[in-house]
Every structure is written in C-alpha cells, then in structure tokens.
Design a protein around this ligand. Sequence first.
Ligand SMILES: C[S@@+](CC[C@H](N)C(=O)[O-])C[C@H]1O[C@@H](n2cnc3c(N)ncnc32)[C@H](O)[C@@H]1O
Length: 357
Amino acid sequence: MAPAAPAAPPRHTPVMAERVVALLAPALARPGAVFVDATLGAGGHSALIAQACPDARLIGIDRDDEAIAIATDRLAALASAKRFQAVHANYDEIADVAQDLGLDRVDAALFDLGVSSMQLDEPDRGFAYAHDAALDMRMDPASGSPTAADVLNTYPERDLARVLRDYGEERFAQRIAHRLVERRAARPWATTRELAEAVRDAIPAAARRTGGNPAKRTFQALRIEVNGELDHVAAAIPAAIGLLPVGGRIAVLAYHSLEDRIVKRALAAGAATLAPPDLPVIPEDQQPELKLLTRGAEKPGAAELETNPRSASARLRAAERIRPARPLAAHGHGPGSRRTPRTRATAQTARAKEAKK
Ligand SMILES: C[S@@+](CC[C@H](N)C(=O)[O-])C[C@H]1O[C@@H](n2cnc3c(N)ncnc32)[C@H](O)[C@@H]1O
C-alpha cells in the first residue's frame, strides 16, 4: 500500500506567535476561560493557544468563509472535544457573537489584522499583483459589497487619490489616480494585471527601481478601502475591551501605521486616568481600567524576519483589564459597545456604494 501523503503544511505562518501566547495565556488558565480569536485565518495562533492553555475554550471569528473552512479542518479535534467553535462574522460584531453564544465575558482576545497568506496567495481572490485575476479583493465575497473594480470604476479622482495616499502611503497617488480615471473612460478596470501595469507606467522610471513592486502600495490601499478595514478595527477594539473581565487580556497585531495608531489610541485611552491632572485624589470611576503589557509596539525579531518576511511590518500591542469597565459615557467604550449593529455599513463601504449609484 502506498504511504499516506503527508498533510499539507499550513499556508499561513502565525506572526510573533510565542510572544502572543505568552501575553494571553495568563488570562486563560482558569477552566472554561474563553479565548476569542477575532481573526481566525488558518487557525495558527488558535492552535498554539489551545496547546498552551488546555483548559480554555476557543471561539474563532473570520469574515472569510475559506478561512473558516481551513481553520475548522485544522482544529477539528478541538471542535469534537467541544473546545472550539468557528463563527462567520465581522470582528466588530464580537459583542453580538459573544451574546449569541451565551458568553458574558471574554477572558482573552486576539486581533491579527489584515490579510492572511492564503488570501494573498489564492490567485482568484484578486488581492495580489502577482496573479492575474478579477479585481475583487473582498474578504467576504458573499457580502455583495463593492469590489476593487467597483472602487476603481466609480470613485471620483480625488477620492481615489486620497485612498492611495492615506491607505497606501503612495507618493504618486495623484498621478496614479489621474491615470486610473483617464483609462477607465475608454475601458473599465477588470483585472489585477492591467492595474499593476498601469500603476507601474504612472510612476516615474527612477522611482520604479526601488522599494519592490510599484503596484504593492496601490493594491494594499484598495484592499483596505474595499474591506472598510480601518472602520472595523476602530469599532472592534473598544468592543473587545468592553468584554474583558478584570484580569482579561487583549493582544493586537497591526501591519499598517494607520491601523496601529487606532489600536494604540484605544489601548492608551483605557490605560489613562480620566481625572484632570490637578485632582489630588483620583476617584475610583476615573482610574485607568487597562494596564499596558507592551512598551510601545513590539516588533518581530531578526530570526522571525528571516523565516517569515511577511511579518516585517507587524506591530504588537497588548493590555490587561485591571478595573471593571468605566461608565460608557466616560470614554466611549465598555459594555455599551455591544450595541454594534450586526449589519452596520461602514463609512468606507457606504462611500463606495454611494459612488456606485
Ligand atoms: C492575518 S490573518 C489571521 C491569521 C491567523 N492569526 C493565523 O495564525 O492563521 C487575518 C484574518 O482576519 C480576517 N479578517 C480581516 N478583517 C476581518 C473582519 N473585519 N472581521 C473578521 N475577520 C476579518 C481575514 O479574513 C483573515 O483570515
């Protein structure tokens, strides 16, 4: 009999995995403690948490059906043991997901933001300039939300330039946006290859020689816009913080400076006192509710950068709840963030829909 084929290696390498586990495990020692992996992906971080925290129960959220299927397969043994459950949802619905599962607290939450290697490497998803495909880029294609082609074919030039500048940090945003709008008058944008070629042609020859593929920044910017990524992060982090009990922990891996800034501000707001600086005694309800567990943002070490170059832009921040949530009015998060509506259209996708009309 032929030997069984070896199992295919996981297609996504979890970033800063050891450190993430070390930061979250202390909150997951109690039997039945709940870990929410808000960005399940291939289940890499979840598998390691399950190993390190054998008494914890795992909930994995992802908006991508393919990711859910891959992780469910990988974590099947945990699911049979009733330790793992996958939920197809947007992570800014984390409070609704918890409520639907009858959970009134989440002991540890992880957000590993952005796209997975599976999404980038899957030729027909349209995320990568390296594969020719339809310009889709939606993490949840079943959502019916606008695609990258919709954005490219409908946004006014100034909005395209803003997206490329803000989300892609593209120096030549205006030039590229102008080229994109000029070309679509003759033929609408449809494929990743033609977009990558047009971006390369729009950039001055001297600038093409440095910094990798010149289309990289444009593709990143479109992906962030198409998926409303920043709006979802801004809603999700406070909602997750609101679910942590005292001793509960949150860790976030961001790969983009704007994303990291949102995370930094949300954690810093919880770690600050609300009292005016001249108050001699800080009232209990104005005390910090979080303690930062990372000094600034931590980065991957040299060894990880060597084996997984895709980790290069990662920035890890983490915090622990040290007091019950302050009243909602005080800072804009806490249990009230549970009201995040399930079908909330983000400002980004709303803009895209508006432009499509
Ligand atoms: C970097 S990957 C996570 C990889 C995972 N930590 C692992 O080790 O396999 C990010 C995942 O988050 C998902 N995602 C991105 N934005 C999301 C959102 N707003 N709601 C739910 N999932 C989201 C993506 O579909 C992707 O599968």
